[in-house]
Design a protein around this ligand. Sequence first.
Ligand SMILES: [Zn+2]
Length: 255
Amino acid sequence: MKYHEMTSARLSSVDRDQTVVVVPIAAVEQHGPNMPTGTDTIICTAVAEALEKRLADQVLLTPTVWLGASAHHLRFGATLNSDLETYIATLCDIATSLLDDNFRRILFVNGHGGNVDPLRVALREIQPVYPDALLVGGSYWSVADDLIQETLEGDHKFVGHACEFETSLVLHLRPELVDQENLTDAGNLVTDQINGLFVSRDMFQRTNEGFTGRPDLASAEKGKKLFDGIVDRLSSTVQTLLNEPLGTENQEFNS
Ligand SMILES: [Zn+2]
């Protein structure tokens, strides 16, 4: 089911208890010299649409929130940014609209690293107001750590930025948008961790040209394998969310 393609009459007849509302959230920001600025929106939307196609009776898909929290990319230009306060408020507004319309199982599927922290803050803000709801959010790649590690060949066996992972996915989904002749090794990536503590540095401080890892090792074949695996795992996540009891207190889990 696609929220924005349905009439209000059809939406009102959707079974609230047996539906997971999927809200894809992404970004439009610089992805180095060779990848499209819409990389996160393209991948995240494709993942969410495939999930809806797979589970059309249980998933209610909203349009992708394409504007993300991307201040850490602004110094490279080619970036559209929502400041953190506005972004948190936007996510809360979307969730509240759905919750006040009696939807109770909401899954934010994120496609942009900068959205992770504000997404968690938004869910923390809403939860005490709607303790009977199931409020879930995370990045689409989080469900596939092992698959990512076994598929990527470069040293960076994690999701970076315009990296081997993201480039492979766009080569699978929209190859014509990638400047394939000029994909190169990103070189050194400055850490954002010191002794397990987070160091806040923007992409201008961390990278040479705004991207990370080994996009020169990317391929459409890897992209397809990663994409299909991620959709598989998110499909079982949706089933888990449908089976999760709502409004439960600690004692009920222990009984
Ligand atoms: Zn991004």
